[in-house]
Design a protein around this ligand. Structure first.
Ligand code: IVH
Length: 721
């Protein structure tokens, strides 16, 4: 990723570049639980994009990240459609920003507005569906519309009741409770202690370990992780028929749907046995809101769970309805984010590390300091300009903070008083690579510096380790340390060498028993059959992350087509754009890279994307669906959602997210959205299954008769609200 200073000058390219960068960081944060930049930096990217889009509304496209809540689900768990979308919150970073929100509200509503102030729990949003009082499903937020089914894992969380407490009257027919799953700070400390004893890498913070623990394939792992939960909202709600009738006749019931305020809802959830955070207050006026925020900030480290701010919600539901929402967030709520904590420490040295693309990143070597919940001894300084701008020099006392409470950052030096000690000279960026001594190069107009030697051993190790990593070829047992060993012994020059490994390769290598050799050879062998998008991710092409690789692979279907496509064709693919497009064509134009690809192909690697129908003139797909609109819902066996949609669009059709009069067919997989099915039935849109979809892709015509009228809807027949 390039620094903010390198954003392209023309607005279309700048927008494209910002979108690519935001998509990349979304994936790191939401899908991989491994953020690379602090929240504040991410927010700044989003703000720049919003500002540019506001200036150039003609350049706003439907999928822009400014209108999207989070990332798409990873595909590891079954998808769950949120019938009431799970929205995000707008952020205020200063009391003044909170004040302007309050002013905007005051113009829209008269009188003193009551606000519920709640703590903003730093965990991950989860939706729990209770049918007649029983927990039947738990899902992550995903992109706000489709999350992942994590029921088996959530069922292991002791704080979450499997049944709602018996109350007066009947439980609702269906109630969807939303809240935050988190890891208590004490449990996090214990987990890391255990992790250290086992020699594993410690987790970054409680939020990431909660996210990682919830998305385990094996629920018994989740069970061992001491997760907890605070409920804060009701999503979908279908009251019980009897409580409805009893309410009408003035009977003695306690229905949640009569709650008229946020506080009444939270009190109901508490009585139903759900954990609701007691640290909340209904207040009026900005002064009281700010007082709550100040107190929360002072007390934050006395709590056994991490919070990153305060959520302020208009308490009255009638007012909430009047205020409504944007596509991303409600207007009736605001998150007030705490400023990051700061500490001072000694800057011992500035060193440079080399990444897989050769990028030379300066970093600060610090006297260890405890800040924002953990000890920091290293912090990135990003690039040469940042070091110059901050004017930090070895020997300085510097201010360090955890930006976004995750990534340590050096804010700047505490400049000594004129009578104090003299500072050392300004730090100079090294002219040679610390690993291979090749000259370092910074191109005019760019903020990053690179080691241009492709044979640089550190780059080689990083490139190969990236190829083997989980989001790429997922070669289990091939981490950075082993790669470094193979590179050092001259056994591995590039990724294609891996596929020539045999048992003999390991002769004389310490630390490999015959079982671990077999396992590694087996893992390398299975990597031959990964889908194309993983191979593309693994090649480490600049700007091309997992999301862009998926888009490329599903649009063009095989590696040959991607290599043959020109920059313009690549740029025209939704989710790719000109920045990635030109980077990809440049990568494949290199003879060295082409020869690696030739050797990978000769080694028998699959180079097609599963589910993509690549038959058609010239490798591109025949436009069998020109002018047709096909909506896809539920899980298909042979396609991910993106692949199915791409299969339609690459044939000249459209694949919108909702059913309308103009829809030609609704394709239903497993557990489709009930509202889409209902709408299709109402509008008499043909509902087809996966086999008919495959036939439709091939022939462009629908089967004579729709396949059944109602597929299995895994929702016990509840009508949507
Ligand atoms: S209400 C439409 N209340 O913050 C409003 N969210 O940045 C939905 N969060 O996605 C959210 N504590 O994961 C709400 N007391 C609280 C919260 C809270 C933490 C999280 C939640 C949400 C995110 C938005």
């Amino acid at each position: 990723m390039t620094g903010p200073g390198s954003v392209a000058p023309d607005p279309a390219s700048a927008i494209e570049e910002l979108r690519a960068r935001i998509a990349y960081h979304n994936e790191r944060y939401f899908v991989l639980d491994a953020p690379e930049i602090p929240d504040a930096e991410y927010d700044a990217l989003l703000r720049s994009l919003r500002a540019l889009e506001a200036e150039h509304p003609e350049l706003v496209s439907p999928g822009t990240p400014t209108g999207v809540v989070g990332a798409r689900p990873s595909g590891q768990f079954a998808p769950v459609v949120h019938r009431v979308p799970m929205m995000s919150l707008d952020n205020a970073f200063t009391p003044a920003e909170l004040g302007s929100w309050a002013d905007r509200l005051a113009k829209l509503v008269s009188g003193d507005t009551a606000f519920e102030c709640e703590l903003k729990i730093d965990g991950l949003a989860v939706s729990l569906t209770y049918e007649r009082g029983r927990l039947v499903r738990a899902a992550t937020r995903g992109d706000g519309r489709i999350g992942e089914d994590v029921t088996a894992n959530v069922a292991t969380i002791a704080a979450i009741p499997g049944r709602l407490a018996a109350m007066v009257g009947e439980p609702p027919e269906l109630i969807e409770v939303r809240g935050e799953v988190f890891m208590p700070v004490s449990a996090f400390a214990e987990l890391n202690e255990r992790q250290r004893e086992l020699g594993g890498r410690p987790f970054v913070n409680p939020r990431n370990s909660a996210a990682g623990s919830l998305r385990q394939k094996d629920p018994s792992v989740t069970a061992g992780r001491a997760l907890s939960f605070w409920a804060y909202q009701v999503g979908e709600l279908v009251p019980s028929a009897r409580s409805h009738a009893a309410k009408a006749s003035g009977g003695d019931v306690e229905p949640v749907d009569s709650a008229a305020t946020q506080e009444e809802t939270l009190a109901w959830l508490e009585r139903a046995g759900l954990p609701v955070n007691p640290e909340r207050r209904v207040v009026t006026g900005l002064d009281q809101v700010l007082a709550f925020c100040r107190q929360a900030e002072q007390r934050r480290h006395q709590l056994d769970y991490d919070i990153d701010g305060v959520v302020i919600k208009v308490d009255d539901f009638a007012l909430q309805r009047r205020l409504g929402s944007t596509s991303r967030a409600p207007r009736w709520a605001m998150a007030y984010k705490f400023p990051p904590e700061e500490r001072t420490t000694l800057l011992h040295d500035i060193q440079v590390s080399i990444g897989r693309t050769g990028k030379a990143t300066p970093f600060a070597v610090l006297e260890p300091v405890f800040v924002g919940g953990s000890t920091v001894s290293l912090a990135t300084l990003h690039n040469e300009d940042q070091v110059r701008l901050k004017d930090v020099r070895p020997g300085d006392t510097v201010v360090v903070r955890k930006a976004g409470d995750v990534i340590p950052e050096v804010v700047g030096p505490v400049v000594p008083h004129s009578s104090g000690p003299r500072r050392r000279r300004r730090w100079r960026f090294p002219t040679r690579c610390p690993s291979c001594s090749a000259p370092l190069l910074r191109l005019p107009g760019e903020s990053d510096t690179f080691c241009t030697n492709l044979d640089c051993p550190v780059q080689r190790v990083q490139r190969i380790a990236h190829f083997a990593s989980r989001p790429a070829m997922d070669i289990e047992g091939l981490g950075e340390q082993r790669v470094a060993l193979f590179v050092e012994r001259g056994l591995l020059l590039d990724v294609a060498d891996l596929f020539a490994f045999t048992a003999e390769t390991f002769t004389g290598l310490a630390g490999f028993q015959s079982r671990s050799i077999d396992n590694l050879l087996g893992a390398i062998d299975s990597a031959r059959h990964r889908p194309l998008h993983r191979l593309l991710t693994g090649l480490g092409i600049r700007h091309l992350g997992e999301v862009g690789s998926r888009a490329l692979a599903s649009a063009l279907g095989d590696l040959e087509a991607i290599m043959a496509a020109d920059e313009e064709r690549l740029a025209s693919i939704e989710g790719v754009g000109p920045v990635i497009g030109s980077s990809v064509t440049r990568w494949f134009a290199s003879e060295v890279n082409r020869s690696v690809i030739d050797r990978l192909v000769s080694a028998g690697l699959d180079t097609v994307e599963a589910g993509h129908d690549a038959d058609g003139p010239g490798g591109s797909v025949a436009p069998t669906l020109a002018g047709m609109s096909v909506v896809v819902s539920g899980t298909l066996q042979g396609y991910t959602r993106e692949e199915a949609e791409a299969a339609v669009t690459s044939r000249g059709g459209r694949s919108p997210g909702s059913v309308s009069r103009r829809t030609d067919a609704l394709v239903v997989g497993d557990a489709p959205g009930a509202s889409k099915v209902q709408k299709a039935e109402e509008l008499e849109v043909p509902i087809i299954d996966e086999a008919a979809f495959v036939a439709l892709l091939a022939t462009g015509t629908l089967p004579g008769r729709p396949v059944g009228t109602r597929p299995t809807v895994h929702r016990s027949g509840h009508a949507g609200r």
